[in-house]
Each structure stands twice: as structure tokens, then as C-alpha cells.
Design a protein around this ligand. Structure first.
Ligand SMILES: *Cc1c(COP(=O)(O)O)cnc(C)c1O
Length: 381
């Protein structure tokens, strides 16, 4: 029987411990496993490859993304890196021009050195992706909604392009979380998550994940996983399993608070522009409505006529919101992309996609909305 999201979040992959009956998955703090005879083991040999706590988490993540297989990594970047290891010199990748800064960095400053070519296009336009397809294209890597300007890519449309071209299609689903969007159902081959964000949800773990359906693809990725060793520890797997149990409750609250913050800011005289896909005049609104269940808790704003100094002053004057990198935790965060999360992207490249000096990104948490709006009001005053 296929259970609903909330039931899967609480139970998928997590059976009571067979030896003690412990209801919560134990932290199997072990690197190795006894074998009855050489090669005769219970499915676990060495924890770089497999660990029971991590396996419970991977099965849960697979269930939440409607996938068959998942791998948990020491970080989102370790997950991304493992997908890129499927490529060979001469291969080409088509990706977005408005990406998480660390993704841009690993593409241009790490894998470009191994002879892989990256094309950065506006993934809001499926035709822009189509245009770059050639015989060397091996991977399409899309983030939606994008970080930080919340542009939408039509996963189904790009999935059709990828399928026709016989190209692997990966979606970074970090901003949406599996509660809001399931790319595998829409034609993606791989879903990538920075588990650090909404899935973990409490800003206390750095972790990444890949989810897929195809067994051969899983085997290829597992080969690099085990060969290279970007493995997370069992304590972190336990913490994420605990966080996931409230993912659906947290996401509902993030979406509701996000909506109220976006609407409040849109009416505020100090604000030039609000990026939030729930607005009917957001260019990606129709795509967001089609492929997401709600609009999420990320809101970005451009301050009106604000210098860098003025932007810094406002960013530093919040009392409930915390000025910090990252997103997706229960607490509200303020981030200045140009100098923080997107500092590794050259100024011209980031300004072309709207990451200007007066842009502030807000990860709306699940505190009481009255306190959040009052804090925004006093910081902007
Ligand atoms: C944070 C983030 C990553 C990187 O994940 P880490 O867990 O920090 O390594 C990748 N993509 C997006 C959209 C992110 O926000």
C-alpha cells in the first residue's frame, strides 16, 4: 500500500529494531560488521558503503521523493560531486544561470578543469536548454525554484527534452523540499537535496542526498559513493530522521508564514521588488502552480534606492531574524547573497540574474507571524 506523505515521513524505512524492539532507529555507531565466514554477512560490511541508521534514512528519503533508491552524503556538495563523477572529459552539461553559488563554483572551478564543459542558460525557458543540446551533452542540471531570485523551471518540459536527447536530467530540489515538489514524477532521473536545509530543518546537520528510480544509475552512483567516500555519520543520519518526522508540519507553516511575509513586503514603501512564486504576476507562477503543492518559505527582496551600506545596516538590524547563511530551518534567517551565499559568483554574472547589492534573501521560519512582521517593520523603519 502506498501511504500519504505525512505517514511516510514518520514511518518509511523505520521499523522497530529487531534485536530490542527500540521504536526509534538506533544510532549504529560502528565502522564494521561481524561476518560469520568471509563474505557471509547481513548486508553490512563497512560503513563507508552502508550503515543501518543511514539505510533507514535513505529508504525514507526515497519514499518521500517517490523514488526507489537514495544515497545520503556528507553534504549537498558531496552529492552533486558524485553525479558529476559520472561524466568524462569532453562531456557537456547544460545548467541554469541562476544557481546556488556552491554549484556554480564546483562546476566552473573544479569539474571544468577535468575537461567538462558547462553551459549556463536561463532554465525558465525550455527552448534555451534545447538550444545547447548537442552530441556531447550528457547532463542537464536544473535548480527550481532558483536561489535566490526564485525563478521557476518547467521540470516536465525539460524532462521531455532530456528524454528525447537521451541525456541524464538532475533536479536540485532543495528549495522546494519533497513536500512541495517531486521531480522524479515529472521526468527527472535524479533528485538532489541539500538535506542541510528543509529536510533536516533544524540547522544542526550538514548533509546531502540523491534519489533515483533506475537501478543501473543507482549502482553507478553507489560505485562512486563507496569508492570516494563522501559518507555522512550515523549520528547525523539519526538527527535527520528525527527532523523529517515533522517535515510536513514545518513546510505547511513555512508556506503560510512565507505568504504573509511576501504580501507584507510587497506593500512596504522601502521595498522595490519581492520575489515569491505565489504572486500571480511572478513570471513562473503558472509553472509553480503546476508542479509545486504550495509556494514555499523563501522570499527575496530588492530594497528601494539602497546603497550597499544601507543594505548592510538593514540586514544587521533584525531582532528575531538572524543574519546567517543557509535556509530551511525552523528559525527565520536573513542573507545577503551578493556577499554571503553567492560571493563566489563574479559580480557581472550575478547582477545579470538579479543578484544585486540591494537584494536580501529571507528564509521565513515557523515563529509566530506577528513577531516576524513586527521585526521586518522595525528593521525597515
Ligand atoms: C545549500 C545548497 C546546496 C549545497 O548543499 P550543502 O549541504 O551546503 O553542501 C546546493 N543547492 C542548494 C539550492 C542549496 O541551497
Amino acid at each position: 500500500m502506498e501511504y500519504k506523505f505525512a505517514t511516510k515521513a514518520i514511518h518509511a524505512g523505520q521499523k522497530s529494531d529487531p534485536t530490542t524492539g527500540a521504536v526509534m532507529t538506533p544510532i549504529y555507531q560502528t565502522s564494521t560488521y561481524q561476518q560469520a565466514a568471509p563474505g557471509d554477512h547481513k548486508g553490512y560490511e563497512y560503513s563507508r558503503g552502508t550503515n543501518p541508521t543511514r539505510k533507514a534514512l535513505e529508504d525514507c528519503l526515497a519514499a518521500l521523493e517517490n523514488g526507489k533508491h537514495a544515497l545520503a552524503f556528507a553534504s549537498g556538495m558531496a552529492a552533486t560531486e558524485t553525479v558529476l563523477k559520472l561524466l568524462r572529459p569532453g562531456d557537456e552539461v547544460i545548467t541554469g544561470d541562476d544557481l546556488y553559488g556552491g554549484s556554480y563554483r564546483i562546476f566552473t572551478k573544479v569539474f571544468a578543469h577535468y575537461g567538462i564543459k558547462f553551459h549556463f542558460v536561463n532554465t525558465s525557458e525550455p527552448a534555451a536548454v534545447q538550444e545547447k543540446i548537442n552530441a556531447n551533452t550528457r547532463l542537464i542540471w536544473v535548480e527550481t525554484p532558483t536561489n535566490p531570485t526564485l525563478k521557476l523551471a518547467d521540470i516536465e518540459a525539460i524532462g521531455r527534452i532530456a528524454k528525447t536527447a537521451g541525456v541524464l536530467f538532475a533536479v536540485d530540489n532543495t528549495f522546494a523540499s519533497p513536500y512541495l515538489q517531486n521531480p522524479l514524477d515529472l521526468g527527472a532521473d535524479i533528485v538532489m537535496h541539500s538535506v542541510t536545509k528543509y529536510i533536516g530543518g533544524h540547522s544542526d546537520v550538514v548533509m546531502g542526498a540523491l534519489v533515483m528510480n533506475d537501478k543501473a544509475l543507482y549502482d553507478d552512483l553507489f560505485f562512486y559513493y563507496n569508492a570516494c567516500g563522501g559518507t555522512p555519520g550515523p549520528q547525523d543520519a539519526f538527527l535527520v530522521l528525527r527532523g523529517i518526522k515533522t517535515l510536513h508540519l514545518r513546510m505547511k507553516a513555512h508556506c503560510e508564514n512565507g505568504r504573509q511575509v511576501a504580501e507584507f513586503l510587497r506593500k512596504h514603501p522601502r521595498i522595490e521588488q519581492v520575489y515569491w512564486p505565489g504572486f500571480e504576476d511572478h513570471p513562473g507562477h503558472a509553472v509553480a502552480k503546476k508542479q509545486m503543492r504550495d509556494f514555499g518559505g523563501m522570499v527575496s527582496v530588492v530594497l528601494k534606492d539602497a546603497s550597499l551600506a544601507e543594505t548592510f545596516r538593514i540586514a544587521g538590524s533584525f531582532k528575531v531574524f538572524t543574519l546567517a547563511e543557509s535556509l530551511g530551518g525552523v528559525e527565520s534567517l536573513i542573507n545577503h547573497p551578493a556577499t554571503m551565499t553567492h560571493g563566489s559568483i563574479p559580480k557581472e554574472a550575478r547582477e545579470r540574474v538579479g543578484v544585486v547589492d540591494s537584494l536580501i534573501r529571507i528564509s521565513v521560519g515557523v515563529e509566530d507571524i506577528t513577531d516576524l512582521l513586527a521585526d521586518l517593520e522595525q528593521a525597515l523603519a
